[in-house]
Design a protein. Sequence first.
Length: 459
Amino acid sequence: MGGTDLPGVLDTSPATSRYRLGAVTDMLIHARRARFLVVFGLSLTLLGCGAQAPPTQAPSGAPGSPSAGPLATGPTPSDGSPAASPTGSDGLAATPSPEPTADHRVEDALAALDTDEELVGQLLLVGWSGTSAEGAQQAIDRLRPGGVVFIANASRAERATAINLGLEGLADAAGIIPLLKAIDHEGGAVQRIEDVTNVGSNLEFASNGATEGNACERGATHARQLREMGFDANLAPVLDVNTNPDNPVIGDRSYGSDPRLVARLGSAYVRGLQAGGILAVGKHFPGHGDTSVDSHLGLPVLDFGRGRLNDVELVPFKRAIAPETRIAAIMTAHIALPRIDPSGLPATLSQPILTGILRDQLGYEGLVISDDTAAMAAITDGFEPGEAAIMAIGAGVDMLIIGGDLDRQVLMRDALIQALGSGALSRDRVVEAARHVLSAKARFGVLGDQLDPEPGCEG
C-alpha cells in the first residue's frame, strides 16, 4: 500500500484514546491485525508490525477489565513444581474473575458514553466525500459516529483496505468507540468494489436453480472478500419479494417473486455471511418489491394491508429473524403503507411498522438501520433533516444512515441531542438504540470480543 496516507495508525501515545488498541493473547493480536479490530478496554497498544507499546491503564469505571481476568497468569516456578494458587489477603485461594462476555463489553461501552453527544453519535452511520480516510476526519471528529458507510469512496480492494485502516486510526485518535465499517456488496449491479469477483445478481443466481447450500457459500464468499478489506458489515441481502415487474429500484437485486424462495435463499446467504464474521443487513423492511416508484426519487405508496404483507413481503424477514438464521440487522424502507399506518408516514418514520410489526409482531430484537435519510427524496421531500432524524429514532430505528454532507449530518445529530435534552425524544429509546448498536458490534468482534458462534451453512 505504498504512497497511502494512514493518519493515526502509528500514533502510540497512550493519552490519545480511552479505547486504545490492545490484546491479551497472541490470538487477539493476530485477529486485530487481520481484521483491524479495535479492542475496547484492553491495555496494550499495537504498533506497526506487531510490536507492543508499554501497558496503559484500562478505562476507569469499566467492570470486567481484562487486567484482572483469567488470562492474567502468575509466574511458573523454574524447578517445574506446580505453581502456588493465588491467595487473597486472608490467605484463602482467590476466586478467578469471570471472563468478560459480550454483554459485559456492551454495558461497559454504554457506561463510557459520558455525554449526550457520544450517546447520540453511536446512532449515526455516516458517509463522507473523497477517496481517502482523511476525507472522513471532520465527520469522525465532529460527530463521533457509531460507524461509517462506503458509498463512492473506493472501487478497488487495495484502496478500500487502506481507507479502513486509516479510518480505524482516526477513530482511535479521536478516542471513540470503534467504528462499524459498512458497504453495499450485494453482487450484480450493486457492488462498490469492482476488482473482486462479482458473483452476479440475485435473480440470475436464483434463476439458475441455486440451492440453499449455494446461497450460503455465496454469503461465505462475500464474507471472505469483505473481511480481507477490513469491513464489518454488508448492507445485504435484499429480502424484497419482487412482485412488480415495473419496479425501478429492486428488480434483479431480488431473488424473485416467490416469497418462500426469497426466504430460503436470503436466509442461507445470511448464514454464510455471518458465519464468515460479517454482519448482515437484510433490506428493505417491510418490503420494497411491489413498488413502481424509486424511493430515491419519490415516496412509493403501497395500498395493501396486513394480510397481504404477512403472506408475501414479511415471509423472508420472518425466516431471517428466526433462531436458525438470527440476522444481525434489518434496513428500513422509505415506503408508505397507509392501510397499516394511516398517517402515511414512510416506514422508516413509522412506529406502527417498526415497533408494532417488526419488534412486537415478529419479535425482532436486533439492530434496525435506516436507508439513507439524507439523500433520498422519499424522506427529504417531506421532512426537514432534524425532524426526520428525531422521528426515525422515535419510531424504532437504531442507526441512521446519513450520506456525505457534513453540514446535514451535524444538523441531524444536533437535532437528536436537543430532542433528547428537552424530552421530546425518550432517553430510554436512545439508550435502547445505542445498546442495539453496541450489541451488534460486540457480536461481530468490533469491540474486541471473540466472534460469537454463528449458524453456518449446515444450519
